[in-house]
Design a protein around this ligand. Structure first.
Ligand code: 5GP
Length: 195
């Protein structure tokens, strides 16, 4: 497929381990115009994660300072750490009239939906809870206690899927990327006339 979406904000949400990052990487390979919002977090970097590339890694006090300064579009607590989207990250792309994608958990996605009604929200669901557990375990990035925490949060997150206009079950990667691309390329609805 060719073509690019109108500049806009594209949100990919769903439980940890569902494959959001993999789907986004595949979509961006097909559509290099799509920029990535680099989130801020207070969690420690994992092996190989570079500051300013994987995340902006912030100390708690710095996160607080930036929150008080109104620097975040959305933010949430997730499994004992804080995560948030910096306004500057969105502006970096929208200033150049480029689309941008956010990979965030459910609470943050709700905040973006409320703050930016034109944002396109997509929920990624696992084929089953057992598949999610398997992926988190096989990924090998988290300690067993962390995986347990993430699975507990996932139960609540899965219950939120119907809040989102688009749901993709990430069973077969190619099919899921295709479904995501179809949503990405869909023309935005015309703006509702103000009365
Ligand atoms: P991880 O620690 O595995 O990198 O991320 C944990 C969860 O936080 C994932 O579901 C991830 O999508 C989400 N997350 C990453 N960045 C942000 C952000 O900026 N805001 C919110 N609300 N969640 C985020």
């Amino acid at each position: 497929m060719t073509g690019a979406r109108q500049p806009g904000i594209f949100v990919i949400t769903g439980p940890s381990g569902v494959g959001k990052g993999t789907l986004i990487a595949a979509l961006r390979e097909r559509h290099p115009e799509l920029g990535l919002s680099i989130s801020a977090t207070t969690r420690a970097p994992r092996a190989g994660e570079e500051d300013g590339v994987a995340y902006h890694f912030l100390a708690d006090a710095e996160f607080d300072r930036r929150l008080a300064a109104g620097d975040f579009v959305e933010h949430a607590n997730y499994a004992g750490h804080r995560y948030g989207t910096l306004r500057s990250e969105l502006e970096r792309h929208t200033r150049e009239r480029k689309p941008v994608v956010l990979e965030i958990e459910v609470e943050g996605a709700r905040q973006v939906r409320d703050a930016i009604p034109s944002a396109v929200l997509v929920f990624i669901a696992p084929p089953s809870q057992a598949a999610l557990r398997r992926r988190l375990e096989e990924r090998g990035t988290d300690a067993p206690a962390t995986i347990a925490k993430r699975l507990a949060v996932a139960e609540e997150e899965l219950a939120a899927r119907n809040e989102f206009p688009h749901v993709i079950v990430n069973d077969q990667l190619d099919a899921a990327v295709g479904a995501l691309e179809e949503i990405y390329l869909r023309p935005p609805p015309p703006p509702t006339p103000s009365r």
